[in-house]
Design a protein around this ligand. Structure first.
Ligand code: G6P
Length: 616
């Protein structure tokens, strides 16, 4: 999704801006641009569709140099992905703006500004901001004052940065619904929508809060809160290892991240397990008291995180006896929800900035929302500084580290681990777990990183299996119980990165429709741990074989599923059935990866998709 980088310094900042944009590339975008006040005091810009490398080439052909600038990667929402819609947007040769988010009242604002004589050169909602600012600047004379006045008229979500030719010593920024972070340097300061863009220049960050306006100069940063009061925001030292943004020995970030899973699952467990139980305090000091009152759980999430929530529903109901509902956030946020008493609201998100998930949380929390009140809110999230974490009562951070591949892998398995910890913590506090269940699963969780390592050792076998998909256009994924959401996640991965149409079904639904599609050109991928449903699953597999379907089965060694004509079986390490969804996710990730490589797609940045969807 869109990315912002800005800088005010003593040195030429063009290369810093470009490097920052490159570091945000993984989020997905369709055009890029930068603007700076050049050494002659003029406002200059380059914009290009496609990759940041095109922008870099433009800079090589026609260099720009300056000490104040802003840059942007755009993911089109209003207006096609073309050069004239790319940011930064100008008002005359005076002002430049970059913007993440959506201005909902851009229509009436545009009409008003056109009435005042402003000529628009793009179809974007962003362009109203820059002209509105220019208009305010005419009467107020000062950029900071103009920005304060302009934001009062903007409805919607924004994180934005502004520079002005008339005041070339400052970079202005404000946020509402879209994240912004200030990077603090020595005699220079920076701005970005994500700190990762600025790791090259600093490790000290200041996170802007909702409604904040900031004025960055070379040697000072001033922030005003939503009420216009001067505030000091905490400075945070960033600790993540710098190695995270490097592919290392791997061809793609996705493959690297798949192979990191034993390590990050281990990290997610660290400090959270007692000898034979889960440490409830890991969820926060009030968790024990709150969890004792929980009678229901409502999970809300998007995409891959939603699939993690679906697995958790099986666990929460089966192991902890707690009724649980799971819903995609984009649906949940717009419907009138009947809330059962004592319901814990759980949001799951890798980024913690997904617009629909955040809106669902805000609805759930606000007294006048469509939803009546929840007992409390818990965020399962991978980014400790994210809006979701800041706005939730309780948090359990997944420790997946930075995930660059747009298709989520290690974030998903660490979410599953966190959700199993939640299930055990709730069951423990409420006394609803069966005898010995917690101790057994804690032991199994300790062994999980080793089991995941064993599954990853099948890498080459799965690469071979992937060849079968080279010329296929459609596929089915089947699973039962907790393996149904795993099948959904497998299908999502395949479609996201290989562009093969993939659908997932609970295996029992096969004969209610999808069986009509089965023939030799429709591979049917099945996940089959050795559990009480395996015999039923075998019957489903027979149904496929009888129609000439080609089966690829990831099966427990003892499940009794044998290879044969039309049936490829990949033997999986044995694992406790509760943890099976975590283990069986891995071969499906690898399968998608190798199919995508075979088909030559852009694995880490699949077309049309974004890593973090911060607009609706
Ligand atoms: C996008 C990403 C997915 C992700 C989803 C939810 O669609 O491409 O990988 O699962 O957003 O993101 P979140 O950060 O909330 O988990």
């Amino acid at each position: 999704m869109c990315g912002i980088v800005g800088a005010v310094a003593e040195r030429n900042i063009a290369a810093i801006l470009v490097e920052g944009l490159k570091r945000l590339e993984y989020r997905g975008y369709d055009s890029a641009g930068l603007a700076l006040i050049d050494d002659g005091g003029a406002l200059r810009r380059h914009r290009r569709t496609g990759k940041v490398s095109s922008l870099e080439r433009a800079l090589a052909e026609e260099p720009l140099s300056g000490r104040l600038g802003i840059a942007h990667t755009r993911w089109a929402t209003h207006g096609a992905p073309c050069e004239h819609n790319a940011h930064p947007h100008f008002s005359g040769d005076e002002l430049a703006v970059v913007h993440n988010g959506i201005i909902e009242n851009h229509g009436p604002l545009r009409e008003r500004l056109q009435g005042l004589g402003y000529v628009f050169t793009s179809e974007t909602d962003t362009e109203v901001i820059v002209h509105l600012l220019h208009h305010k600047l005419q009467s107020l004379g000062d950029l900071t004052a103009a920005l304060k006045a302009a934001v009062g008229e903007l409805h919607g979500a924004y994180g934005l940065a502004v520079i002005s030719r008339a005041q070339p010593d400052r970079l202005l920024a404000t946020r509402s619904g879209s994240p912004l972070v200030i990077g603090l340097g020595l005699g220079e300061n920076f701005l970005a929508s994500d700190q990762i863009a600025l790791r090259q220049v600093t490790d000290r960050f200041m996170y802007l809060e909702e409604g904040d306006i900031a004025e960055l100069r070379r040697d000072s940063v001033q922030v005003w809160d939503v009420h216009g009061q001067p505030v000091t925001r905490e400075t945070v030292q960033y600790h993540e290892g710098a190695e995270a943004a490097d592919k290392g020995e791997y061809r793609h970030f996705m493959l690297k991240e798949i192979h990191e899973q034993p390590k990050v699952v281990q990290r997610t467990l660290e400090g959270r397990l007692g000898s034979d139980h889960v440490l409830v305090q890991a969820f926060g000091p009030q968790a024990a008291e709150l969890f004792a009152r929980v009678k229901n759980v409502q999970i809300v999430a998007c995409g891959t995180s939603y699939h993690a929530g679906m697995v958790a529903r099986y666990w929460l109901e089966d192991l902890a006896g707690i009724p649980c509902q799971v819903e995609v956030a984009s649906e949940f946020r717009y419907r009138k929800v009947a809330v059962q008493a004592d319901t814990l609201f759980v949001s799951i998100s890798q980024s913690g900035e997904t617009a629909d998930t955040l809106a669902a949380l805000r609805n759930a929390k606000s007294g006048d929302s469509k939803a009546s009140s929840y007992l409390s809110s818990l965020a399962i999230c991978n980014v400790g500084t994210s809006s979701l974490v800041r706005e939730s009562d309780l948090t359990l951070l997944t420790q997946a580290g930075l995930e660059i591949g747009v298709a989520s892998t290690k974030a998903f398995t660490t979410q599953l681990v966190a959700l199993l910890l939640l299930t055990l913590a709730l069951g423990q506090v409420r006394g609803t777990l069966g005898a010995g269940v917690e101790a057994r699963l804690v032991e199994e969780l300790r062994r999980l990183p080793t089991r995941l390592g064993e599954a990853l050792a099948m890498d080459k076998t799965i690469e071979k299996v992937s060849e079968f998909f080279a010329d296929k256009h459609h596929s089915l994924f089947l699973g039962r119980g907790t393996q149904f959401p795993v099948a959904m996640e497998g299908a999502l991965k395949l479609k996201e990165i290989s562009y093969i149409h993939a659908e997932a079904y609970p295996a029992g639904e096969l004969k209610h429709g999808p069986l009509a599609l089965v023939d030799g050109d429709m591979p049917v991928v099945t996940v089959a741990p050795n559990n009480e449903l395996v015999e039923k699953l075998k019957s489903n597999l027979q149904e496929v074989r009888a129609r000439g379907g080609e089966l690829i089965v990831f099966a427990d060694r003892e499940a009794g599923i044998d290879p044969g004509p039309g049936t490829q079986v990949v033997a999986m390490p044995h694992i406790d059935d509760v943890l099976a969804p975590i283990l069986y996710t891995l071969p499906l990730q690898l399968l998608s990866y190798y199919v995508a490589v075979l088909r030559g797609t852009d694995v880490d940045q699949p077309r049309n998709l974004a890593k973090s969807v911060t607009v609706e």
